[in-house]
Design a protein around this ligand. Sequence first.
Ligand SMILES: Nc1ncnc2c1ncn2[C@@H]1O[C@H](COP(=O)(O)OP(=O)(O)OP(=O)(O)O)[C@@H](O)[C@H]1O
Ligand SMILES: [Mg+2]
Length: 255
Amino acid sequence: MSKLLKGVEAASAAPDHTPAIALAHLGKTYPGGVRALDDVSLTVERGTFLAVMGPSGSGKSTLMHCAAGLDAPTVGSVRIDGYEIAGLNETRRTELRRERIGFVFQSYNLVPSLSVADNITLPLRLAGRAPDQEWLRTLIERVDLADRLTHRPAELSGGQQQRAAIVRALAARPAVVFADEPTGALDLRSAHEVLNLLRDLVDELRQTVVMVTHDPAAAAQAHQALVMADGRVVDTLHTPTAADLAARLVALGEG
Ligand SMILES: Nc1ncnc2c1ncn2[C@@H]1O[C@H](COP(=O)(O)OP(=O)(O)OP(=O)(O)O)[C@@H](O)[C@H]1O
Ligand SMILES: [Mg+2]
């Protein structure tokens, strides 16, 4: 694919050596006392495709939400593109999130009453920013949605809705895209397309992508995989194979 994306410049203005994500001693205890994250530190260089795996309840979504500024950690530091977001109040955190972070959910989370086109530009408009039309056209053509822009989400297939959600996540040229089980609701073929799309964004644009998945074959598309258990990172695999990851998960009681 994607002569379309070639030559389009990658997202962020920060100098190349600044990691896309730097988490230090991150902890999250939910009201009621569940310690969902326990002293997690990690650095993600720009242009990395990172998969996050681990048993249900191991803290994957909590890690994503804290790293993406959707939720505040109890302790620790979250730097996105060099900017500390952990100590910010909710308003500032939301602003920073809109500027620097894209999020893709398992359930797409498109607004049902808006057209695909309006869904895609909604975060930009909320941030008071004018969309870069050329960039949006490039993305929309890449995901093959040009003839679906006036449709409502319910008129699209699941795969098309997720591709629209990925364009929405990329519209502001974020430093990082977080995707929490982005293929979890999709059939095999659509899942494969979405994974290829994420991988291409990393390879061609040096976009940084962090993806939670339960599927070792999906995680094997990534450059690195973290394995979580009980709120901690218990393993980091480089260029992981599906077999290695499956074996690791079975050892943790999942798989
Ligand atoms: N809002 C919340 N309030 C209280 N406890 C929560 C909340 N969200 C998550 N938890 C708890 O925190 C722990 C980690 O949850 P988290 O959703 O991060 O796990 P996960 O690894 O994403 O699991 P899954 O694979 O099932 O999505 C679990 O014990 C969970 O019950
Ligand atoms: Mg989860």
